[in-house]
Design a protein around this ligand. Structure first.
Ligand SMILES: *[C@@H]1O[C@H](CO)[C@@H](O)[C@H](O)[C@H]1NC(C)=O
Ligand SMILES: *[C@@H]1O[C@H](CO)[C@@H](O)[C@H](O)[C@H]1NC(C)=O
Ligand SMILES: *[C@@H]1O[C@H](CO)[C@@H](O)[C@H](O)[C@H]1NC(C)=O
Ligand SMILES: *[C@@H]1O[C@H](CO)[C@@H](O)[C@H](O)[C@H]1NC(C)=O
Length: 487
């Protein structure tokens, strides 16, 4: 009997030890810390590391989809009627990103230029951009009008006559290709010949000159000294982030460029993304957890307040104290004075008046929301959609015959949807890496399991012994068992 008692006691001591190990590991978070350190180490931007390769040539394919708004009743609009538009598209381009001229410095920074090129994807498009025609506002003309807004009658009359001579009307029809990548504008051409310093070229296109150029210079943080700053932009085109823009503009260019984020993303964080096309950053906030190709991800979305005109971060976007309606941002300063306002597509989340002022707006969350699904442990974006609409502020201008009796309005011209989903190969790789991480974090529970098993074994042994010794004067060890287990 003494023999059995000893055996049970030894097993209980073992169980206790396992339980204590489990407690120490979980309370101290030993394995979590090891895992976090490993992740931090691996995601830092170091030459020739996996993270560096992915940063240099992001593996996730990005598709840029354009949708145009064709103005159906432009002659009536000039008479003062509400504009009716129909949506055309998508016209889809595969966006190839590459970072060139990479230099690594030993002060935790890395500089590079970002090059983008766009290749048309006919299978993902609704039409042919060479042949599909769109009628919309003449952007060079309204930009010139904006510049002449405070000029006198004589100047305006001369300009108006010039427009007439050049057959430049307020609404123009061009192919999708021309609107996007450029066409020669008669008025710009004349301006270029006479005043080349004001008119550097005679072409206009919303993305004119954007294909294959890499003139955007970035200085990034490598996360060497502070991993929370990993991939953050320190400088853009020689401009230091934070407060570099003239004080009359929304001056935020901090955050990452959206292709990569720091690891260990928290739900209560704001993720800042810099968008060079609008010369400012915006932030995304946590919405929910979801599954993307078997990977658990956090969804971050562009909050409604991003375009609210009473939000502090948009204070600078109201030049001369005049704010546009909530739901649009004035980015005129960053687009050579063109009266361009950006908004979510179809004025999603915007002031109801913006929607009702234009016939054909149908805002909806699925198609028009900007979101980012991010794997929180590694900070790798697994799916994303950035959606933005380009609108022009148009109004009737006295002495400019071309503007007729039109109403003052925010006219949507096009919207773009930049979409990316992790490819199967990268998803499999990420799943495997996360699996290893999960296995490691389960190690403490293995000790807990052993402790419980040992307790059960000793309980059984004690019971067996007790039954055998039932008639003798025996203090059953088993009675103490449950207490040990509950420790
Ligand atoms: C690091 O050094 C490079 C080259 O000397 C410099 O251009 C860059 O501004 C420095 N980075 C920071 C964060 O000061
Ligand atoms: C952009 O340039 C690439 C090659 O440099 C070319 O293949 C592609 O067709 C161009 N895209 C557009 C929209 O012109
Ligand atoms: C970015 O700038 C905003 C406003 O200046 C600030 O509140 C925020 O903390 C900054 N974010 C990061 C990631 O530096
Ligand atoms: C946009 O800002 C510019 C100056 O930056 C200003 O002249 C213009 O009136 C603004 N447009 C609107 C619609 O508020």
């Amino acid at each position: 009997m003494v023999h059995l008692r000893k055996r049970v006691a030894v097993i209980i001591v073992f169980a206790l030890c396992c339980f204590i190990i489990f407690l120490i590991l979980t309370v101290k978070g030993v394995f979590n810390n090891i895992v976090e350190d490993q992740i931090k180490e691996r995601t830092k931007l170091k030459l020739n590391s996996e993270a560096f390769k992915n940063w240099k040539d992001p593996p996730v394919p990005v598709y840029l989809q354009f949708y145009f708004f064709n103005v159906e009743n432009h002659l009536q609009v000039l008479q003062g009627e509400r504009a009716n538009v129909t949506q055309l598209g998508p016209y889809t381009y595969k966006q190839l990103r590459h970072r060139a001229n990479v230099s690594v410095y030993n002060n935790a920074s890395i500089s590079a230029t970002t090059q983008r090129s766009f290749v048309f994807e006919p299978t993902m498009s609704a039409g042919d951009p060479k042949n599909d025609l769109v009628t919309t506002i003449n952007v060079p003309l309204v930009t010139l009008l904006q510049m002449l807004k405070h000029s006198g009658m004589v100047k305006k009359t001369i300009v108006s006559t010039l427009f007439t001579l050049k057959r430049s009307t307020l609404f123009q029809t061009h192919s999708v290709n021309e609107w996007l990548w450029g066409y020669e504008d008669a008025v710009l051409k004349l301006g270029h010949q006479l005043l080349p310093s004001i008119f550097p070229n005679s072409q206009f296109g919303f993305f004119y000159g954007a294909n294959g150029t890499g003139d955007e210079k970035y200085l990034f943080n490598t996360g060497e000294n502070d991993y929370m700053k990993l991939n953050e932009i320190i400088m853009w085109n020689g401009q230091k982030s934070l407060n570099w823009w003239p004080s009359n503009f929304c001056n935020m260019i901090n955050g990452t460029d959206g292709a990569s984020f720091h690891s260990l993303v928290k739900k209560n964080e704001k993720l800042y993304v810099f968008a060079p096309d609008i010369c400012r950053s915006f932030y995304l906030t946590f919405e929910k957890e979801l599954d993307v190709q078997g990977i658990n991800a956090y969804r971050f979305v562009l909050p409604k307040e991003a375009f609210a005109n009473d939000h502090p971060s948009n204070k600078g976007c109201c030049p001369d104290g005049i704010c546009p309606l909530s739901g649009v941002l004035n980015i005129s300063v960053c687009r050579q004075g063109a009266p361009i306002l950006i908004s979510p597509p179809h004025f999603y989340n915007g002031d109801k008046r913006l929607v009702s002022d234009i016939g054909g707006m149908k805002p909806n969350m699925e198609a028009h929301q900007t979101f980012l699904d991010i794997e929180p442990m590694t900070g790798i974006p697994v799916r994303a959609a950035k959606r933005m609409q380009i609108n022009l502020h148009v109004e009737s201008v006295k002495y400019i015959a071309q503007t007729g009796q039109m109403r003052t309005m925010v006219l949507p011209v096009l919207f773009l949807s930049e979409n990316a989903v992790i490819d199967d190969k990268s998803a499999a790789k990420l799943r495997a890496a996360l699996y290893t991480v999960n296995v490691v974090t389960y190690i403490p529970y293995v000790f807990l399991l052993i402790a419980i098993l040992l307790c059960l074994i000793s309980l059984i042994l004690a019971c067996v012994g007790w039954r055998r010794m039932e008639n003798k004067d025996f203090t059953p060890v088993s009675l103490k068992m449950p207490q040990v287990e509950r420790h």
